[in-house]
Design a protein around this ligand. Structure first.
Ligand code: ATP
Ligand code: MG
Length: 395
């Protein structure tokens, strides 16, 4: 008996015109993630299935759980579409299971198959009742809900089903640049953006020597976690030290965070152009800190016309923490290393900054040359979900 992983597509089934693009992207994503396994992947417009080696099943399931665009998947027995083959396979696999009630649900997408679904439910149910003792049918709460899908050449029999992670396949949307810090929020924002099918690269602002190499490593570890959901993550590291020092030297203390974040957005805009992205993504959440009041967001956002996607805008911190635990970034995020936003925190950051004040403060130094310098000196790190890192520059 041959087992396969039968995959049912997620939300993409509603996107009629783009269906092939979605399916092909999902197919490529699965192929890329399973490249180290001995598998064969088959696809058509309705389904995809993977032939695998039995010993790899648990590893493969673990990988599939993190691929977006999958509604559900099933460990299915595959047989030629032939009545006697289906009957013998069904009996052989079900005999190994422990159950006292069952239900059979046949779906006949091959209308050439001579027996109607309802009739076939009875045929197959009768077969089990005749051959296995002490079992009965329960259509409402069966121990074993057996699905039989009759397709043109091959049919599937399954009763072990798993939820997929939903969303759209990564790569079905163009690129966004994620502002990735070492905190709890931004990896969660990145995860949610990937789930919408976005192509994602990450940007980390560091302020060495005020921030440490450990703080950078933390962001690399977080990128590794995100890379489980996409082929890999390119992490762009921005040297933010000169700008930050200038801000602290020249500007009003209560406005330094507002100005720092405007500088970050200015650099992000330049990087979006440099790396051919379309949007900025970050982990801001309304009201979380002084720089995330709506007034602050408005004043900070004025420096760019690039859309800023804030997946967490309306999430509670506790909801964000739940997702962080689920995607396994929480324990990394809470390791206490200083971030460039935390090393120079003013005692009383302004909650409702005024645009005219900000502009006046920013005129106190020639920030544009610092921004050019920051954009030019970006260092790229390619982060895979496995251990292998490729450095395209010195570390
Ligand atoms: P926390 O989980 O502690 O809130 P945070 O990273 O969300 O951490 P915030 O001060 O709330 O910290 O920053 C808001 C957003 O700005 C972050 O979610 C992140 O997207 C971005 N950001 C902050 N600091 C950096 C940084 N050093 N590099 C890149 N992005 C940053
Ligand atoms: Mg935050």
């Amino acid at each position: 008996m041959r087992r396969v992983i039968l995959i049912k597509y997620g939300e993409l089934s509603t996107k009629k015109a783009n269906r092939n693009f979605f399916i092909n992207t999902l197919y490529q994503n699965i192929r890329e993630k399973l490249k180290n396994f001995d598998v064969k992947i088959h696809k058509d417009r309705a389904r995809m299935y993977i032939e695998f080696m039995d010993k790899d099943l648990d590893f493969i399931k673990n990988i599939i759980d993190k691929i977006f665009g999958i509604h559900s998947y099933h460990i299915a027995y595959i047989v030629d579409t032939d009545d006697s083959m289906i009957q013998s396979t069904l009996l052989e696999c079900v005999e190994k299971e422990k159950f006292s009630t069952f239900k059979i649900e046949t779906k006949r997408s091959d209308k050439n198959f001579p027996i109607h679904s309802q009739d076939y439910n009875k045929v197959l149910g009768g077969l089990l009742l005749k051959n296995i003792s002490n079992i009965k049918v329960d259509v409402h709460h069966p121990d074993l809900w057996i699905k039989v899908e009759i397709r043109e050449k091959e049919s599937f029999i399954y009763y072990h089903s798993y939820n997929g992670s939903g969303g759209y396949p990564v790569g079905t949307q163009p690129k966004g640049l994620l502002m990735l810090s070492g905190g709890i929020d931004s990896p969660v924002a990145g995860y949610l953006a990937l789930k919408r099918g976005m192509t994602l690269e990450a940007v980390y602002f560091e302020a060495m020597p005020h921030t440490s190499v450990e703080a950078r490593n933390k962001v690399i570890q977080l990128s590794k976690k995100l890379a489980q959901y996409c082929p890999f993550i390119i992490l762009h590291v921005v040297n933010f030290t000169p700008i930050q020092e200038e801000i602290y030297k020249n500007c009003r203390e209560d406005y330094v965070i507002t100005i720092m974040r405007r500088m970050m957005y200015r650099i992000m805009e330049r990087l979006v152009y440099k790396y051919q992205g379309l949007v900025i993504v970050n982990g801001e959440s309304i009201g979380q800190v002084a720089s995330q009041t709506l007034t602050s967001m408005n004043v900070i956002n004025q420096v760019t016309s690039i859309p800023v996607i804030r997946p967490l805008a309306c999430f509670d911190k506790l909801e964000i923490m739940d997702i962080a635990r689920k995607i396994d970034t929480y324990d990394i995020s809470i390791i206490p290393f200083e971030d460039c936003c935390t090393v120079f925190v003013p005692r009383h950051p302004v909650i409702n900054p005024r645009l005219d004040v900000v502009i006046g403060e920013e005129e106190k130094f020639d920030y544009s040359s610092y921004i050019d310098q920051a954009v030019e000196s970006v260092m790229d790190i390619v982060v895979n979900s496995e251990e292998e890192h490729k450095f395209s520059d010195l570390l």
